[in-house]
Design a protein around this ligand. Sequence first.
Ligand SMILES: N[C@@H](CCC(=O)N[C@@H](CS)C(=O)NCC(=O)O)C(=O)O
Length: 205
Amino acid sequence: MKLYYFPPSPQTRKAHAVAIHLELPLELQLIDLQKGEQHTPEYLKLNPTGRTPVLQDGDFILWESTAIMQYLASQVSNSLWPEDMKSRANIVRWQSWELAHWNRGCQPLQYENFIKQLSQLGDPDPQAVQRATEIFHKEATVLNTYLADRKFLVNDTLTLADFSVASSLTYAVPGRFPLDDYPHIRRWYAQIEELPAWQKTAPKG
Ligand SMILES: N[C@@H](CCC(=O)N[C@@H](CS)C(=O)NCC(=O)O)C(=O)O
């Protein structure tokens, strides 16, 4: 299997981390978003949305990080993606929440407070930061409360749900995410940061 990836991307990170955690052999092909390689005709044939990651398994092409994580984790029996329906539905619930809601707070904070400065695109837009901060607090309150009496998100063991929700926190420090009031999120995320697969996929520099 081959993963078309951009290592600094949180969406890439969660798929790549799952493969490393499960020790699945993966060929890696860099798609440099900074050079616009996601827009080449060859790449758009693989993913018409022009985004990373993409997984190729023979003739089978898959885009969208959540689908890729589930496909990777279905290759071998494991507790990240357990067999029973209720556990799987619970995992998909958190993966859906991450992309639909959590990421809507995290991604703009990451962009405004960190990426813009890194790419010399100007100062953060205060209105965009305020909007993202409001969304962040609303969703962080949900996550923090849920984690208050849980070690991990599903079945009190590490699952795909944790990799998904954690990926949005990749740039929490340089993106100045307001996490001070969310001790359960910080405690939970500290455990994820201990994982070798998370450390191996941390953005460089
Ligand atoms: N929903 C998609 C989002 C993928 C995504 O937004 N990838 C970003 C990097 S984090 C990307 O490739 N952006 C390139 C672009 O939009 O031109 C997924 O989960 O795979």
